[in-house]
Design a protein around this ligand. Structure first.
Ligand code: SF4
Length: 364
């Protein structure tokens, strides 16, 4: 059986090996018992997944906005400050977004599994100690096509207190590795860049409600004559534009910032090699399990109490009773995350033919 590593594990392993040891599904696999449901940022992501559902993209947006807001109480307690805050920031986002949504959504909150390359042997996949392949699993918040039919991977950043700098975004593994993973998992699909869609929830109440904005470039899901629901994906690839892609483009207002960053194929290739290097360290016979305390990541770490005890040389058995084996993530069956059946969401030909060999179509 293959080894499957999640992007969360890769991040945790690099951030702090003690945290990885305690929480990784392949190690102690622990999570706090008191960990109840989604946090505010995850709930906002869920609402945005409804807002950007491909099949509703050409609907009256006011109707979709109501559906998006109606999703929040499924994830946040009723009449709570978190619910009020989520509704406030999203109401303002819905006024701003139409003017800068210069794309059509293809998939929302959608997972992938990609074969990890061996960084020591170009062209070969990494094998674990049993000689079995190693795959990397992750997901992207949103896959979109712009007005020239180029694919972009979108990452929602729900933040407090500060914007993410352009350099941080350029270096973001969360963006680059997921784009590499998608391209690897779906051959024939080329992502030209990443979009960071940043919402500052700390500014929700400080920003007045603006009047609704009008779309400057509405990229429709259903486009007569130029593609759309009835056009298979490989035809859309042919009509892909050769217009050059702007290297960095920023749309910003008081509480929202959207940054488009063009990425080269070489950048994604190097990201894959980086995934292979991390996996090689992680799957080695005896990875060293030292802690990496930091003001950046310790405050949000769920293992602070046992970590302090370990660092003091105390026993942790009693403290670990506050944790349980990690529960499998509930798959919501979210609309828009599982099929390619909404026109622009038609499967790339090679991926589709791998699933149904008899339905093989012409290649791009
Ligand atoms: S509290 Fe900090 S040092 Fe300790 S496990 Fe968590 S991230 Fe690592």
């Amino acid at each position: 059986m293959r080894t499957l590593i999640s992007t969360e594990e890769l991040t945790s392993f690099r951030r702090c090996r003690r945290q990885w040891e305690l929480g990784s599904p392949s190690r102690q696999n622990l999570e706090p018992i008191a960990d109840g449901g989604l946090d505010l940022a995850d709930a906002i992501r869920e609402a945005l997944a409804v807002y950007y559902f491909p099949g509703m993209w050409d609907w009256d947006r006011s109707m979709v906005e109501r559906l998006s807001l109606a999703a929040l109480p499924r994830f946040l307690p009723a009449a709570s400050p978190e619910l009020d805050l989520a509704e406030a920031i999203l109401a303002r986002y819905f006024r701003w977004a139409p003017a800068v949504d210069r794309f059509a959504p293809i998939r929302v909150t959608s997972g992938y599994e990609a074969r990890v390359p061996d960084p020591r042997t170009p062209g070969q996949g990494l094998l674990d100690a049993r000689g079995m392949p190693v795959d990397c699993a992750g997901r992207i918040d949103l896959l979109v096509t712009d007005e020239a039919d180029r694919y972009w991977a979108v990452h929602h950043r729900i933040s407090r207190g500060a914007w993410t700098s352009e350099q941080q975004l350029r270096l973001s593994d969360a963006d680059i590795i997921d784009s590499w993973g998608w391209q690897t998992a779906y051959p024939g699909l080329t992502i030209v860049g990443t979009i960071s869609n940043e919402l500052r929830i700390d500014l929700a109440d400080a920003v007045p409600m603006a009047p609704p904005s009008e779309p400057t470039t509405h990229v429709a899901q259903n486009v007569a004559g130029g593609g759309g629901r009835s056009f298979p994906q490989h035809q859309r690839a042919w009509v892909g534009s050769d217009q050059s892609v702007e290297e960095v483009r920023v749309d910003a207002t008081d509480a929202f910032r959207r940054t488009w960053i063009a990425r080269s194929p070489r950048e994604f290739e190097l990201a894959g090699t980086r995934v292979g290097s991390i996996a090689l360290d992680m799957l080695g016979p005896n990875p060293l399990l030292y802690p990496t305390p930091s003001a950046d990541h310790c405050p949000t770490c769920p293992f602070q109490d046992p970590c302090v005890a370990m660092s003091q040389g105390r026993a942790v058995d009693e403290l670990l009773t506050a944790y349980r084996p990690r529960q499998p993530a509930a798959e919501s069956g979210r609309i828009g995350d599982a099929t390619w059946g909404t026109g622009r969401g038609a499967a790339p030909p090679r991926w589709r033919s791998r699933q149904t060999p008899d339905a093989r179509g012409p290649g791009p």
